[in-house]
Design a protein around this ligand. Structure first.
Ligand code: GTP
Ligand code: MG
Length: 199
């Protein structure tokens, strides 16, 4: 594991790295009870908030069934392995990526901001294949994280072997962990109650 303490005020003058943004949106929202991507928070859908935080990306892909969502500026691609979960969504994202680095998000992380993604991009190290924020309990967050597209063969082998856990997408020794980020970034929305508790 490679550790990095985040700074949210990172303006270093270097030209920003070109990257792909991918939102995996092929889930069934069973715990939420209706499509959580379209649930409203602060007058917009959760999906809109997630996309806004990634507006500066050079390529924007939504991994979802054709026709389910219409998000301006985002190109929808289908799952390579439908209904196999977010690890399969990541496989589709890395497969479609035109840039080495992919900022990978779910539809249910509406409190992420451009500063969150900038902190992850800033923490990148030469040997890294993933950059993941750690929550206040120290748990790495694989669903608002950066992945290098060189992980694709590793990921496909995992999926072929029946693995579905997103946290295994990258070998731990190639993950850069980013600590010290504000607590409000770590709010996954799984149920209507989770949404009610968002400020
Ligand atoms: N592309 C793709 N994304 C998925 C798939 N399953 C889940 N996701 C997405 O992965 C993210 C996190 O998954 P969950 O929080 O489990 O969402 P979910 O599966 O819709 O919700 P539950 O049915 O309650 O588990 C969400 O953005 C989902 O849309 C899938 O099979 N394909
Ligand atoms: Mg699920």
């Amino acid at each position: 594991m490679i550790y990095h303490r985040a700074t949210l005020s990172s303006s270093h003058g270097a030209s920003p790295l070109a990257f792909t943004a991918a939102i995996t949106a092929g889930g069934q929202s069973r715990r939420f009870g209706s499509d959580k991507a379209l649930a409203q928070w602060r007058g917009q859908t959760l999906l809109w908030h997630v996309a806004q935080a990634l507006a500066s990306a050079d390529q924007k892909v939504l991994i979802a069934p054709a026709g389910r969502y219409d998000l301006a500026g985002w190109h929808t691609i289908g799952d390579t392995r439908p209904a196999q979960g977010p690890l399969a969504g990541l496989e589709a994202a890395l497969w479609a990526a035109e840039y080495d680095w992919v900022a990978f998000a779910g539809v249910d992380v509406p409190t992420l901001t451009p500063a969150y993604w900038a902190a992850l991009l800033h923490a990148m190290k030469p040997d890294a294949l993933s950059v993941q924020a750690t929550d206040p309990t120290g748990q790495p967050q694989p669903l608002g994280a950066l992945y290098h597209r060189a992980l694709l063969p590793h990921l496909s082998a995992l999926l072929d072997n029946g693995e579905r856990r997103l946290r295994l997408a990258c070998p731990p020794e190639r993950v850069v962990q980013v600590g010290n980020l504000p607590e409000h970034f770590f709010r996954n929305i799984n149920t209507p109650q989770d949404l009610e508790h968002l400020p």
